[in-house]
Design a protein around this ligand. Sequence first.
Ligand code: NDP
Length: 301
Amino acid sequence: MAESAGPAKIIDGKIYAERLHAQVTAEVARLKAEHGLTPGLAVVLVGDDPASQIYVRSKGEQSKAAGMHSATHRLAEQTTQAELLGLVAALNADPAIHGILVQLPLPKHLDERAAIAAIDPAKDVDGLTMINAGRLASGLPGLYPCTPVGCMVLLRETIGDLTGLRAVVVGRSMLVGRPVAQLLIQADCTVTVAHSRTRDLPAVCREADILVAAVGRPRMIRGDWIKPGAAVIDVGINRVPFDDPVKAAQGKTKVVGDVHFKEAAKVAAWITPAPGGVGLMTVAVLLQNTVTAAKQSVGLA
Ligand code: NDP
């Protein structure tokens, strides 16, 4: 962290996501050629949430592009819990499938926890089962959640060794905040997890050499919350009206992060844009997890 304060260098998620995708593609080709093993990913989508449809399409396309077997199961909005659990059980038993992802959020009448718990931990490529969360919390190898792993790839690629750095994670969800904090602990950072009840959040954030924002509140983290020279990882994906009043009046929206990018970029040493940062890493890590699960299924990892 010898880097001086802003203007920040942009951490371009596209570069690192493409690099990881290329590594996965090469490994898939090797597994096919040397072991006759084609990693298979099944994605389950219930209902027609527009954002989920985009994510699921991207996961299917990218897994095919990497040479993997891809199966997308689109279930009707009114699918019952028993039907969903039945599909998960069938995928658990399918030898062509090594990774299962149930796209969240599920429609309100379905029990997300029960659906996740039904996934065989060996095929849990989203890293959300109790077994994989427990392995991560215990510092044991396992399938870890994709977005947090993506954050760590970006940090290691830009900063290198993270030992001894002060990290603040804003957000404590099972999907992002908690696992990213665990991974930062594994990387020998000194970690603070902040949340909606944290007192004087700006002061807490100002202690961070590494600031990870996973809140879901557009541009909440301002420039004067950031320590000069910090690395800022913005996980947030928030849809807001355009600043341009004409476009806003047409109902057009755009995506912004949890960090006020313009302000933060003047202070930080490194910053991820949103979009174009962490979000691009998530699918690449998902494919990597599927390859790992496939290798483990035949004792290759
Ligand atoms: P959650 O809603 O599950 O969690 C949000 C967290 O932020 C909670 O821990 C909450 O605290 C905390 N929080 C809310 N308001 C405040 C506040 N005013 N001050 C401090 N903390 C606050 O969200 P997720 O973790 O699932 O997602 C976070 C963001 O990341 C979202 O924008 C989401 O879209 C994005 N995301 C991006 C992904 C990607 O691929 N890039 C993947 C997954 C998510 P408390 O626990 O006290 O309620």
